[in-house]
Design a protein around this ligand. Structure first.
Ligand code: CP
Length: 306
């Protein structure tokens, strides 16, 4: 069993079989993470570069840990300490990294399309760790894994993605991935945060948060992306919280069984109240743990692909 592509750029057009292979492989690695010695020799001899042009806590540490757990050699690049500060171009940077005989590149960039561009200028396997507003495939895979782990299935589930859809790469990857495995996807948020014609992707759009809670099995609640000027699309964060914030009162009134996910980082008191962010409905830190297993699965499947 192997993946159909050499790279993981997004979940658009990724076959259901590939997604299921990654999720099932992650189950094996999730078990490794519970052992006293959390390491396997699977990628011994492989060299992986983490190329992060944008800040990250979860994705970067999770990829680094996954690489170490698989016994790969890793090198880390960050813009603030690199020669891009001296004017070196992106292409020259990549060519120099590749000259060091790197097998795989994990890339995060503020511009959509950079991972795809890398596939054209590099021989390495490329993994997208989030590009602009485009896609964040490993985040969606870990979200799907966490839902499946908790509810036992994905097919037929009603999942509502809530909030700042317009600025989100997590939303798009979740839409593609969840639909591929047979889940039904709804989007809920202010009109200004939902792109026009997104229904063409086969999703339903609603603007009533109580309906989102009462009619769905899962809410994947997104961060308001203030660094991407999302603040200018709503009157204020307080107003957003009043109309779309998830609070314990709303959950208890509407649906005591709903499962809450959030990709992090959380704006506490905006998209989630602190009580919900730490409360019984959410599985936010399970998502983070599962993220290591998902990234191990992706690295393993791409790194050992024939
Ligand atoms: N969920 C996520 O991508 O978080 P980071 O930006 O911290 O990597």
């Amino acid at each position: 069993m192997s993946l159909s592509s050499k790279h993981l750029i997004g979940l658009k057009n990724v076959p259901k079989e590939d997604i299921e292979l990654i999720l099932d492989t992650a189950t094996t690695f999730r078990e490794v993470l519970e052992r006293p010695i959390k390491k396997v020799p699977t990628l011994q001899g492989k060299t992986i570069c983490n190329l992060f042009f944008e800040s990250s806590t979860r994705t970067r540490l999770s990829f680094e840990l996954a690489q170490k757990r698989l016994s790969a050699d890793t090198i880390n690049f960050s813009t603030s300490t690199s020669s891009t500060k001296k004017g070196e171009t992106f292409k020259d940077t990549v060519r120099n990294i590749e000259a060091m005989k790197v097998d795989m590149i994990v890339v995060r960039h503020e511009s959509a399309g950079v991972p795809e561009y890398l596939t054209r200028i590099s021989q390495a396997n490329i993994i997208n760790a989030g590009d602009g507003r485009h896609e964040h495939p490993t985040q969606a895979l870990l979200d799907m894994y966490s839902i499946r782990e908790k509810l036992g299935k994905l097919k037929g589930l009603k999942v509502c993605i809530v909030g700042d859809i317009a600025h989100s790469r997590v939303a798009l990857s979740n839409i593609y991935g969840l639909q591929a495995v047979g889940a039904k996807v709804t989007l809920c948020g202010p009109k200004t945060m939902i792109p026009r014609e997104i229904e063409n992707l086969g999703v339903k759009v609603i603007h009533d948060i109580d309906k989102a809670i009462s009619e769905h099995d899962v809410l994947n609640v997104l961060r308001i992306q203030l660094e991407r000027e999302a603040g200018s699309t709503i009157p204020s964060l307080r107003e957003y919280h009043n109309y779309f914030g998830i609070t314990s009162e709303r959950l208890e009134k509407n649906n005591r069984d709903v499962l809450i996910l959030h990709p992090g980082p959380i704006n506490r008191g905006v998209e989630l109240s602190s009580e919900v962010a730490d409360g019984p409905y959410q599985i936010i830190l399970n998502q983070v743990t599962n993220g290591v297993a998902i990234r191990m699965a992706v690295l393993y499947l791409l790194g050992t692909r024939p």
